[in-house]
Design a protein around this ligand. Structure first.
Ligand code: NAD
Length: 285
């Protein structure tokens, strides 16, 4: 391997230490950061995500409220809970774990969260603020990727940045954040012709598709920064990313591992967004 490893585990640990000490200061001032996590149903993966988020909050000294609703709850019940949390001054961030059961309208549910408590950054007003260059909350995964890029010291201004995958939660906001830093951004999707040609031009390549090992070393520009957002479970139970680490790490300048890369940064940025929410609450009063 010639590439330098960008360890999400170690960057996340450093940022979480800073967050914990800021949380202690805020708590001493009577503003303990509070995050409410809402889980509807018993989806096993969602239960793990939610448990990890609550544990990370507690470790950082946040107040962390967990709200579980049965899978057959009505949307009205969920909306009433969100309304209650919107009005709770001890709660600065509200996270509704997705996906929601099929009978619920996820869009309507996310829109019901007060935009200034939308720590996931999924509310249309937060998407719009990001798009217009005045972000309030940045979606956690791409925000974490920006921190990883910052760590490399590789300049983003004028760089060719290619993002593969154009979802609302990762690819699109990622493209906006890179654009805001002055990169020339190409956003690829499943219809993109000649993906390899786009990848080979990239100084910065962010891959968020969900297809095991789809990006191989021959698709990468020598020295490029490769950020692998994908998390895929192989038939033997092991986890891998969207990038073929073995071949890519021979060519890249910097690369993130899976696991231990972008994953730990996502929860870290959720904590960061909650701290930012508290700071704004204090500033506005
Ligand atoms: P998604 O399914 O919503 O979107 C996938 C995107 O990839 C779509 O825009 C689609 O057009 C594009 N795509 C599909 N096939 C393609 C191809 N052959 N070439 C180019 N583009 C293609 O996925 P998502 O929610 O954005 O997640 C993507 C991956 O990132 C998944 O593996 C997910 O598990 C992972 N993820 C990880 C984290 C983390 O914290 N590390 C967070 C969110 C998502």
């Amino acid at each position: 391997m010639s590439a330098q490893l960008i360890s999400g585990n170690s960057l996340a640990a450093t940022i979480r230490e800073q967050i914990a000490s800021r949380a202690a200061e805020l708590t001493a001032l009577g503003h303990q950061p509070g995050l409410a996590v809402v889980l509807v149903g018993e989806d096993p993966a969602s239960q793990v995500y939610v448990r990890n988020k609550v544990a990370a909050c507690q470790k950082a000294g946040f107040k962390s409220d967990m709200h579980r609703l049965p899978a057959d709850s009505t949307q009205a019940t969920l909306l009433a809970l969100i309304e209650q949390l919107n009005n709770d001054t001890t709660i600065h961030g509200i996270l509704v774990q997705l996906p929601l059961p099929a009978h619920m309208d996820s869009h309507a549910v996310i829109e019901a969260i007060a935009a200034d408590k939308d720590v996931d950054g999924f509310h249309v007003s937060n998407a719009g603020l990001l798009m217009t260059g005045k972000p309030l909350f940045r979606p956690c995964t791409p925000y974490g990727v920006m921190k990883m890029l910052e760590l490399t010291g590789v300049p983003l201004r004028g760089a060719e940045a290619v993002v593969i995958g154009a979802s609302n939660i990762v690819g699109k906001p990622q493209a906006m954040m890179l654009l805001q830093e002055g990169a020339t951004v190409t956003l690829c999707n499943s219809k993109t012709r000649d993906l390899k040609a786009h990848c080979q031009r990239a100084d910065i390549l962010v891959v968020a598709v969900g297809r095991p090992n789809m990006i191989t070393g021959d698709m990468i520009k020598p020295g490029a920064v490769i950020i692998d957002v994908g998390i895929n479970r192989l038939p033997d139970g092991t986890l891998c990313g969207d990038v073929d680490f073995e071949s890519a790490s021979q060519v890249a300048g910097w690369i993130t591992p899976v696991p231990g890369g972008v994953g730990p940064m996502t929860i870290t940025m959720l904590l960061q967004n909650t701290i930012e929410a508290v700071e704004r609450t204090i500033a506005n009063h």
